[in-house]
Design a protein around this ligand. Structure first.
Ligand code: GLA
Length: 722
């Protein structure tokens, strides 16, 4: 149950597991006193003393106590000398903001945010803190939604210009979270193409630290989230706080530790390449930030995030449904295919039990390589002389669904579209366009471009019998300018782009509720809660090497559950690393996500094909648990040679255990691995060995696992309980 209690100046949001406490100082400053494990009551005296505030809560500009005050939404320059969450330029060019609480409102449920992805669900209560800067005529509503099933708070801010002149927002973060100390490790996820989301863990230091993106997308290089764990926190125990943005564009995630070693966490739109002109009467909504708390280690934090993803972010027919096992032709053929070749691949796929055939890049315009044709979304008659419908009909006749790749946000300078509409690309007049992968980004801040993009995709979905879309995005922003925006609004482009993209996606997912969408961005370059709101799965990485995938999927699981991660078995030697791994290991790792193949099955031996058949059969039996069970990380590839994880069905009657060892070791004991998340008093039988143990034994004594011979060896077990 969620309660929002008010007692004098104290506002207490809580559910069964967490509490969030705000204190209204005299004069209307909203101070933050606590976020953590649920407490029954809260005497503010101790926290006020900790921050050196006067016990009566008085607030003094002269004494600069604001510089000590933990605030819900601080702004720099009126006594608080730290960085603020909000900066607004007023008529006279100055930018200080002084927000005071004018009203407190509690509403049932959780509201959406116009034009932006956001968490949803009825099992919530929302606190709205209404604030105003009387001098500026700026109103702010801070929104705090709490669901009864998540130890955390969903935060966003709405700003409104109630004055009669323009205001310009230069910074408006979604989240400020003040913590009374800095005894935390900061964990962030950073990487690059084909090695997305490496885990970085280091102690918080005085000063500013964090990650950000100015790439126009969440990016391959940094994820829009951060985690704070006590130094002693492990997977299984200890405190952790996690914050993730429900957004897919430029962001900033930072922690400032001040001289008194208190910590101020910010998460929101990056203020570089951002400004927003707020005309009289207009409103601006920040994206939403999800903040969760765990006292059960990083495992508990991830379970809270996974619940947010499963119950409050992902939508539509496939949100909880078995995801079809797919075969994607990209690594099988790259651009070199024709109808016959595709049908041959599809036939074998159907034969082994695959359910969805996906045609990747290269089917449109004259795209024989990546130098042309993005934007020209008509079928290449050289490759598919009978058209797309003819192909999908034949694939459907094999009993397979049909999926198609698009990269709708892009245009190649070598394309019909660019010839006709050079202004539709993001560009700066007079500057030579910077190309990446021989392509430019379309200016999705424009409605005409949004409509074109929508139409291109929609017409194929309407006419060609498409059941699945892989929505790709393969370059970052440069020459950031829009032909339509006036000079004083050019800085709005990156955010307007995202609003335009979300508008197109919202239309498409509503119009085509039966189509399964998978998001992709050069692999996992836009793996975020924003995309997950429209597309229930994301291609995790172009790197399909099983050992690399152990690292990538392990780190991705800090926030995202298996059902969000596209993961495929590909050919060996692997196309990204040259490594040869056993097909069993490739299968074991890939089945911990939305399972599929990324190779031509016709190139496999009869023995390998039998193994593929067995994998497909096993995934079909176990996928409800594999995709929607509770996921527990057991051994970290960041700490050694081994990776292990376990997925447990919600009723705890079934579990799937996965263990890999990168390099074989001679004369080694079998590994002894302690499982988590099982029912202690149930007896589990390991199907593959026939052995039975109680959950308590498996979790406390562990299970000894002997690996097969060789590098990249693995074990994948099914556990069933009586
Ligand atoms: C990106 C994707 C790949 C593939 C190619 C096609 O790199 O991540 O999976 O679709 O584009 O060009």
């Amino acid at each position: 149950m969620v309660e929002i209690l008010r007692e004098d100046r104290l506002i207490h949001l809580r559910n069964d597991s967490a509490s969030y406490i705000i204190y209204l100082l005299e004069g209307g400053i909203a101070a933050h006193l606590y976020f953590g494990k649920r407490v029954e009551g809260f005497n503010p005296a101790s926290m006020l003393r900790h921050y050196d505030l006067r016990e009566d809560g008085a607030f003094s500009l002269q004494g600069c106590t604001l510089d000590h005050t933990p605030q819900e939404y601080p702004s720099h320059g009126l006594g608080d000398l730290r960085e603020g969450a909000l900066s607004v330029v007023q008529k006279d060019g100055t930018r200080s903001v002084d927000l005071r609480v004018t009203g407190v409102e509690v509403v049932d449920g959780k509201r959406g945010i116009p034009g932006l992805p956001a968490t949803y669900g009825d099992n919530a209560k929302t606190l709205l803190l209404h604030m105003k800067d009387a001098l500026l005529g700026l109103e702010a509503t801070l929104s705090y939604a709490m669901f009864d099933d998540v130890a955390g708070v969903m935060r966003s801010v709405q700003l409104r210009n109630a004055s009669d002149s323009d205001l310009v927002i230069e910074r408006a973060y979604s989240l400020c979270l003040e913590l009374p100390d800095s005894r935390y490790d900061l964990i962030t996820l950073s990487g690059a193409w084909s090695r997305e989301r490496e885990i970085n863990r280091r102690p918080l230091m005085m000063g500013e630290q964090g990650v950000s993106s100015l790439k126009g997308a969440t990016s391959l290089h940094s994820s829009n989230m951060l985690f704070l764990a006590r130094p002693e926190t492990t997977e299984a125990q200890g405190e952790a706080i996690g914050a993730a943005l429900v957004y897919s564009g430029n962001f900033k995630a930072s922690v400032h530790v001040d001289a008194h070693r208190t910590s101020r966490v910010f998460l929101g739109l990056n203020d570089v390449d951002f400004a927003w002109k707020l005309t009289p009467g207009a409103t601006f909504n920040t994206p939403e930030a999800v903040v969760v708390y765990s006292d059960e280690g990083l495992d508990g934090m991830s379970r809270a995030f996974h619940r947010v993803c499963a119950e409050h972010i992902v939508r539509g027919k496939y949100a909880k449904a078995p995801r079809p096992i797919l075969l994607n032709n990209w690594e099988a053929t790259y651009f070199g295919f024709n109808e016959e070749k595709l049908l041959k691949i599809a036939r074998t796929a159907a034969d082994v039990g695959v359910e969805l055939f996906v045609l990747d890049d290269g089917w449109f315009g004259h795209r024989d390589d990546d130098t042309s044709s993005l934007g020209d979304w008509y079928v290449d008659a050289n490759k598919l002389p009978h058209g797309m419908k003819h192909l999908t009909d034949q694939v459907h006749a094999m009993g397979l669904k049909f999926g198609l790749w698009f990269e709708p946000e892009m245009v190649c300078p070598v394309s019909e579209l660019y010839k006709k509409h050079p202004d539709w690309a993001i560009h700066i007049a007079g500057r030579e366009p910077v190309q990446a992968r021989q392509q430019l980004t379309l200016d999705l801040s424009r409605e005409d471009v949004q409509d074109y993009v929508h139409q291109c995709v929609a017409s194929h979905l309407r006419e060609d019998g498409i059941d699945y879309v892989k929505w790709d995005m393969n370059r970052n922003f440069s020459n950031i300018g829009s032909a339509l925006l006036p000079a004083d609004q050019q800085k709005e482009l990156p955010h307007r782009y995202m609003l335009g993209l979300y508008r197109v996606m919202e239309k498409l997912v509503n119009e085509f509720p039966d189509v399964l969408f998978e998001s992709c961005s050069s692999g996992g370059g836009r793996f975020d809660l924003g995309m997950l709101h429209y597309m229930p799965q994301t291609w995790t990485s172009d790197n399909t090497d099983a050992l690399c995938r152990c690292r990538i999927q392990y780190a991705t699981s800090l926030v995202f559950p298996p059902f969000a991660m596209g993961s495929h078995v590909s050919a060996v030697p692997n196309h990204q690393t040259g490594r040869v791994t056993p097909i069993e290991t490739r299968g074991a790792v890939a089945m911990s996500g939305c399972f599929g193949y990324e190779l031509d099955l016709n190139t496999l031996s009869a023995e390998e094909l039998d193994k593929v058949r067995a994998q497909v059969k096993r995934v079909k039996e176990l996928r409800q648990t594999l995709l929607y069970g509770d996921f527990h990380r057991l051994l970290s590839p960041y700490e050694g040679n081994d990776t292990a994880w376990l997925t447990v069905s919600p009723d705890k009657l079934e579990a799937v255990f996965m263990f890999t060892r990168a390099q074989a070791q001679s004369y080694a004991y079998p590994a002894l691995i302690r499982l988590r998340g099982l029912a202690a008093d149930r007896v589990y039988t390991i199907v593959e060995t026939g052995e039975s143990y109680t959950g308590a034994e498996l979790m406390n004594a562990g299970v000894s696992v002997r690996l097969p011979w060789g590098d990249a060896a693995s074990v994948s077990w099914t556990l069933r309980a009586k």
